[in-house]
Design a binder for this molecule. Structure first.
Ligand SMILES: Nc1ncnc2c1ncn2[C@@H]1O[C@H](COP(=O)(O)OP(=O)(O)OP(=O)(O)O)[C@@H](O)[C@H]1O
Ligand SMILES: [Mg+2]
Length: 469
């Protein structure tokens, strides 16, 4: 089996995260270590490996400082099945809503997709060959008869095509002909030609009606039942396609045939168990107020209790088989404004031994966030404006001012962290965005004065500031 876990060192992980997230070094280090420990565990002898359980993490920090962002970026690095779920979306077993076990089912689903994609990658070359042969045959048939009939179902016997009823339905193109067509096909000369093809129809959307109502088990069974009904599974539809599109479809179809789905599901279960990561966002939202023993708080505590066995290690049924959760890594995050970590049910606190606090962000961080990350906001706006033929520039002083306004807006109103930059930038560039399509100047430079002129009136008018910034 391929390697279960990516083997980035903690330093490499942190430096990768650094490209997108400013500061928050402790949180980055914690997740980097956790990720590396998955790899370390794989290297340990069998018996000890079973004993080593993941050290789950809680990230604590105000809103908009990068908790979710860290998780998102980590998932790209992890090369492991990863899902992010909102703890607040779950309801206690027995109530209407998603039960907590569904996250493990989703994780297994992610793993299956992942492994399937890997398998498809591996059979790519053979799939391409098979697809080409089918295309050549279709084209040869078409060139001979002037049309392509449903030869797809016909078998090739010697030089003949034989229908499912056993009748000879045509003669196969001779070798020279086939070779000529193959050569043309390879050179791309036939790309624009039309051929007819039987295409499998997409999955039936019927079942999604049940989604999110705690009826997932039923949904799973229904889906399986339906896909086993004749006529539901291999439903095909004849379509006319350009050769180059047909080639893509055929490659996909051939790859599908070559992938051993049993192997994929078996491996997916192992990978989910050995390297799966669940990011539990908004964990503080399932904390009941201390002393409240009625109403929604009871149910929230119920969610925590349902979470316990999963975090601690239990077995969850999925449509791919049972998944043991003992070694799945959980990273929880929450603002913990009102509730504290100590308000979580004690058993759950114990399952998350690593706590990291994220720092709230100030003006200096904002300056860096505006300019440094690969996906920095200023770069996003520049890219958007360049589509209108405008080169957008910000002077250093302008960035300084923008960061300053964002920081002071956070001080005066609610502190929404780096999210404030979005509202400030939007307010600042509103006029440019609106008029950009009609402008004739090629370069627009935003300097400190522009920033002040636009933002000062908004900041000074308290009502205006409240809903714009
Ligand atoms: N330290 C940071 N560096 C770069 N960008 C950041 C940072 N913190 C936040 N951002 C940006 O701010 C936005 C919100 O961040 P994120 O979603 O991570 O917040 P959060 O900490 O999960 O908040 P919440 O508690 O509300 O969920 C994102 O667009 C993110 O790119
Ligand atoms: Mg978040």
């Amino acid at each position: 089996m391929s390697q279960l876990v990516a083997n980035y060192t903690p330093r490499e992980i942190v430096s990768e995260l650094d490209r997108y997230i400013v500061g928050q070094n402790r949180a980055k280090r914690a997740v980097a270590i956790a990720l590396r420990n998955r790899w370390r565990r794989q290297q340990v002898s069998d018996e000890l490996r079973e004993e080593i359980v993941p050290k789950n993490i809680i990230m604590i920090g105000p809103t908009g400082v990068g908790k979710t962002e860290i998780a998102r970026r980590l998932s790209r690095l992890a090369q492991a099945p990863f899902i992010k779920v909102e703890a607040s979306k779950f309801t206690e077993v027995g109530y209407v809503g998603r039960d907590v076990e569904s996250m493990i089912r989703d994780l297994a689903e992610v793993a299956v997709q992942m492994l399937r994609a890997e398998q498809v990658e591996r059979v790519q070359v053979r799939a391409k060959e098979h697809a080409e042969e089918r295309l050549v045959d279709l084209l040869a048939k078409k060139h001979r008869d002037g049309s392509a009939d449903d030869r797809e179902q016909h078998q090739i016997v010697g030089p003949f095509f034989v229908s499912p009823q056993g009748e000879v339905s045509g003669q196969r193109a001779d070798e020279d002909e086939v070779n000529a067509i193959r050569a043309k096909l390879r050179s791309g000369q036939l790309d624009q030609e039309n051929i007819e093809l039987d295409v499998a129809e997409g999955a039936t959307p019927l079942v999604s009606v049940f989604g999110g109502h705690g009826l997932e088990e039923m949904e799973i069974q229904l889906k399986d039942m339906l896909s086993n009904l004749p006529g539901f599974k291999n439903k095909k539809k004849r379509r006319k396609l350009k050769v180059k599109d047909a080639r893509r479809m055929l490659e996909e179809e051939e790859a599908q045939k070559l992938v051993d789905m049993d192997q994929v599901t078996r491996d997916a279960i192992t990978r989910t168990e050995q390297s799966g990561i669940v990011f539990l966002d908004e964990i503080d939202k399932v904390v009941g107020r201390p002393g409240a023993h009625t109403g929604p708080d009871v149910s929230r505590e119920g969610v925590q209790r349902d979470l316990l066995p999963i975090v601690e290690g239990s077995t969850v049924n999925t449509k791919y088989g049972t998944v043991k959760t003992d070694h799945i890594l959980f990273i929880a995050a929450g603002a913990f404004h009102v509730a504290k970590v100590s308000d979580l049910v004690p058993e759950l606190q114990g399952r998350f031994p690593i706590r990291v606090e994220l720092d709230s962000l100030g003006k200096d961080d904002f300056i860096r966030i505006l300019t440094e990350p690969k996906n920095a906001l200023t770069r996003q706006y520049q890219a958007l404006m360049s589509t209108e033929g405008i080169t957008l520039q910000f002077t250093e002083r302008a960035i300084d001012e923008i960061a300053g306004y964002a920081a002071s807006a956070n001080n005066r109103a609610e502190n929404i962290g780096a999210r404030r930059l979005h509202t400030v930038m939007e307010a600042l560039l509103e006029e440019l965005s609106f008029g950009a399509s009609e402008r004739s100047d090629a370069i627009v430079t935003i300097d400190a004065d522009d920033v002040r002129k636009t933002l000062e009136p908004i900041v000074n008018d308290e009502d205006l500031a409240k809903y714009i910034l």
